[in-house]
Design a protein around this ligand. Structure first.
Ligand SMILES: [Zn+2]
Ligand SMILES: [Zn+2]
Length: 363
C-alpha cells in the first residue's frame, strides 16, 4: 500500500512529504490510519541531529486501527487509538509497568527498525527508517507495534487526543508519578511549553498549594496563570531562584525543569527547600555541574524523568476523564496545522509561537 509520509533526509532542514510503500502488519503489529499527530521537541531534536536516514519521525500519533497482525487480541479494526512509547514487555522495568525505562528504550524508540532489523517502510525498494517510538506517525498510515496503542473513547476527536501520547502525559506524569506532588506541596515549573503547562494543570489537579511557573515568554506565563499557576516569574530579567525564595523563603518542595538552558538546572536546584526534589526531562545544552554541597546539606535530589513514569494504558484514560470533567483542559495548548504545513509547524514551535502543534492528516 502507498502512503504519504514526512521524510527526514540528510541535509534537509525539515521533513518533506513523499509517497512511500508500507508493509502489511506482521505478528504483534497494527496498521493505523493516522488522523493527527502532535509534534514534540524530540522530533525536532532528532530531525536536526545526524542519525538513521531517510527516517519518518512523529511519536504522538492518533488514529483508527485498520488491520491487526497475528496475535493481536486486544485491538480490532475500527478502534480509536493514541500511540505512545514503545517497550519490550520483558525487562525488569517493563515487568513493573515502567515502560519509559525499558532496558531497550533506545533501540525500540530511536533505532528506526524492528528488533529483527527490518523496516515496514520503503520507497521504490530503498529502505526508509520507521518505527520511531514504535510508530513513525508523521504519515497517513502507521505500521505500529501494538504495544504502543492505547484504546481511547470514540466520541472525542482524535486530533485533540494526539498529544496525550508523549508531551502531555510526560508533564502530568512528572507531577503525579515521578515527583508525587500532593496537596499542600509547592512546585516551581521551569519552562511553560506543552510539558511545563501540562505539569501546571496536573499540579492544580492534585491540590498543590503553590504553583510557580517560570518562562521568558509573557504570553506563555499568562497561559500558565490561566491553567492554574499561583505565581509567574519572567526569567528574562530576574534570577528565578531568588524570585522564588522571595515568594517562599525556605524554597519549594519540588521543582520540575522542562527547559534545557544550564541556568535553569542551577536555579531549579537552588530554589529547593530541604528534602526537595528537582526533576528534569532533557539534557542541558551546555555545561552544568550541580552544587553537591547544596544537595547533601538539605538531602535534596536531582531526578531524571522520562515519559512521566506513567503506564500509558492507565494514565492516558485517566487524563481523558479529567479532560471531560473540565479539570485538565490540555486542548488549550494545541494549534492545528495541515500535514503539508509541517515545516511551518516546526518553525512556530521552535520560535515559541505555538505551544503544541498538531498535524491533521488528509483523509
Ligand atoms: Zn522492557
Ligand atoms: Zn515527545
Amino acid at each position: 500500500m502507498r502512503i504519504q509520509a514526512a521524510v527526514s533526509r540528510e541535509g534537509a532542514r525539515f521533513p518533506q512529504l513523499e509517497t512511500l510503500d508500507i508493509e502489511e502488519p506482521r505478528a504483534g503489529e497494527i496498521l493505523v490510519r493516522i488522523v493527527a499527530s502532535g509534534i514534540c521537541h524530540t522530533d525536532m531534536g532528532v530531525n536536526g541531529r545526524p542519525g538513521p536516514r531517510p527516517f519518518v519521525l512523529g511519536h504522538e500519533g492518533a488514529g483508527i486501527v485498520e488491520r491487526v497482525g497475528a496475535g493481536v487480541t486486544e485491538l480490532a479494526p475500527g478502534d480509536h487509538v493514541v500511540l505512545s512509547v514503545n517497550f519490550c514487555g520483558e525487562c525488569p522495568s517493563c515487568k513493573r509497568n515502567a515502560h519509559s525505562y525499558c532496558y531497550e528504550v533506545l533501540p525500540r524508540n530511536f533505532g528506526g527498525l524492528r528488533p529483527d532489523g527490518t523496516s515496514p517502510l520503503s520507497k521504490d525498494g530503498e529502505r526508509v527508517f520507521a518505527r520511531f517510538f514504535g510508530q513513525s506517525s508523521f504519515a497517513t498510515y502507521s505500521l505500529a507495534d501494538a504495544r504502543c496503542a492505547i484504546k481511547v473513547p470514540r466520541d472525542l476527536p482524535l486530533e485533540t487526543l494526539a498529544p496525550l501520547g508523549c508531551g502531555v502525559q510526560t508533564g502530568a506524569g512528572a507531577i503525579v508519578h515521578s515527583l508525587q506532588v500532593g496537596a499542600g506541596d509547592s512546585v516551581a515549573i521551569f519552562g511553560a511549553g506543552s510539558v511545563g503547562l501540562s505539569a501546571v494543570m496536573a499540579a492544580r489537579l492534585v491540590g498543590a498549594e503553590r504553583i510557580i511557573a517560570v518562562d521568558v515568554v509573557p504570553s506563555r506565563l499568562a497561559m500558565a496563570k490561566e491553567l492554574g499557576a499561583t505565581d509567574t516569574i519572567d526569567a528574562s530579567n530576574a534570577d528565578a531562584a531568588k524570585a522564588i525564595r522571595e515568594l517562599m523563603h525556605h524554597g519549594v518542595s519540588h521543582s520540575f525543569n522542562t527547559a534545557n538552558a544550564p541556568v535553569s538546572y542551577t536555579q531549579s536546584l537552588e530554589c529547593l527547600a530541604p528534602r526537595g526534589v528537582a526533576g528534569f526531562v532533557a539534557p542541558p545544552n551546555g555545561q552544568f555541574a550541580p552544587d553537591m554541597f547544596h544537595l547533601l546539606s538539605g538531602g535534596r535530589a536531582l531526578r531524571g524523568i522520562l515519559g512521566g513514569d506513567t503506564t500509558p494504558s492507565l494514565f492516558i484514560p485517566m487524563l481523558i476523564d479529567y479532560y471531560r470533567q473540565g479539570r485538565f483542559p490540555f486542548d488549550r495548548l494545541i494549534k492545528y496545522y495541515r500535514f503539508d504545513e509541517i515545516a511551518q509547524a516546526f518553525e512556530d514551535s521552535h520560535a515559541g509561537r505555538t505551544i503544541k502543534p498538531v498535524l491533521r492528516m488528509p483523509i
